[in-house]
Design a protein around this ligand. Structure first.
Ligand code: PBG
Length: 324
């Protein structure tokens, strides 16, 4: 293909030509909408660093899930903010825990939308770490037992997909075994397989009130410069029984998404995290970016990199555009 015979601009001359040759098509089918549920009634508390997102009590949450379903989005991802926290994350596996109650309430009132539950202990521990402490260390293997128990209690409440995000070694196997033992062998696990210790979770930690009280998460979440290690993490999760694998965050890690798509043939999710969302919102607020175009370009790029599923706080806004 040589100029002047081949002129790439010929196929860009108008929108219909561009539509015909477009390689990546974002669809509402790809989207998962994260929601934060809190205790109380008639609570809808704006999250300052994530405009348009709220901590909602169960009554409002159920309405929001209904609205999300009406928009054609196939799934929500739930995070719980419990009334009290303790050293051992009791709220994560309590029968009347916030997530358990929320899932039940959704299942009672809204049909035909998937309820994915994030499974991590950081929202439930007083110290804000994603596992059981041994001194100031997060102890891997004692955390696995708690994760198994929490997974089963989410499953009993009616969760459709369990999404472990704590980055403990062996967590997928522990959860798979715990679920199978209780008769939930049909429930899929969407594993946050390659989750990096990222500053882009900052706004989320306000939203979920889950910032660690001391230290950071670098002894369990991945070191951002690493790519081969991400493939090893994903391979372990596949061997342990993950049904869907995930890379998180998305935009600063498109190379990891691309590589994961090439190397593994499981459905691949990417989490367009809070900081990625808030950056666009902030710049748009200042008039520095066109919000709609920045959103669609970002989401399309995540898909182009290889993601099959995109978890994003933009899900509702994008769905409006995609289904119009
Ligand atoms: C819980 C969890 C986090 C996110 C999803 N699940 C925070 C963290 O690891 O600190 C981040 C999501 C986001 O930033 O949008 N472990």
């Amino acid at each position: 293909m040589h100029y002047p015979e081949y002129r790439p601009r010929r196929l860009r001359r108008n929108e219909n030509l561009r539509r015909l040759v477009r390689e990546t098509k974002l669809s509402v089918d790809d989207l998962v909408y994260p929601l934060f549920v809190t205790f109380g009634k008639k609570v809808k508390k704006p999250i300052a660093s994530m405009p348009g997102n709220f901590q909602m009590s169960i009554d409002y949450l159920v309405d929001e899930v209904g609205k999300t379903k009406e928009m054609g989005i196939p799934a929500v991802l739930l995070f719980g903010i419990p009334e009290t926290k303790d050293e051992v994350a009791s709220g994560a596996f309590a029968e009347k825990g916030i997530i358990q109650q929320a899932v039940k309430a959704i299942k009672d009132k809204v049909s035909d939308i998937l309820v994915v539950t994030d499974l991590c202990l950081c929202e439930y521990t007083s110290h804000g770490h994603c596992g059981m402490l041994d001194g100031e260390e997060v102890d891997n293997d004692s955390t696995l037992e708690v994760l198994g128990e929490a997974a089963v209690s989410q499953a009993k409440a009616g969760a459709d997909v369990i999404a472990p995000s704590g980055m403990m070694d062996g967590q997928v196997l522990a959860i798979r075994e715990a679920l199978d033992e209780e008769g939930f062998e049909h429930l899929p696990i969407m594993s946050y397989s390659a989750k990096y210790a990222s500053c882009f979770y900052g706004p989320f930690r306000d939203a979920a009130e889950s910032a660690p009280q001391f230290g950071d998460r670098r002894t369990y979440q991945m070191d951002p410069p690493n790519s081969d290690e991400a493939m090893r993490e994903i391979m372990l999760d596949v061997e342990e029984g993950a049904d869907i694998i995930m890379v998180k965050p998305a935009l600063p890690y498109l190379d990891i998404i691309h590589r994961a798509k090439e190397e593994f043939d499981l459905p691949l999710a990417a989490y367009n995290v809070s900081g990625e969302f808030s950056m666009i919102k902030a710049a748009a607020n200042l008039g520095w970016l066109d919000e709609e175009r920045a959103m669609m370009e970002s989401l399309t790029s995540i898909k182009r990199a290889g993601a099959d599923i995109i978890i994003t706080y933009f899900a509702q806004d994008a769905a409006k555009i995609l289904t119009k």
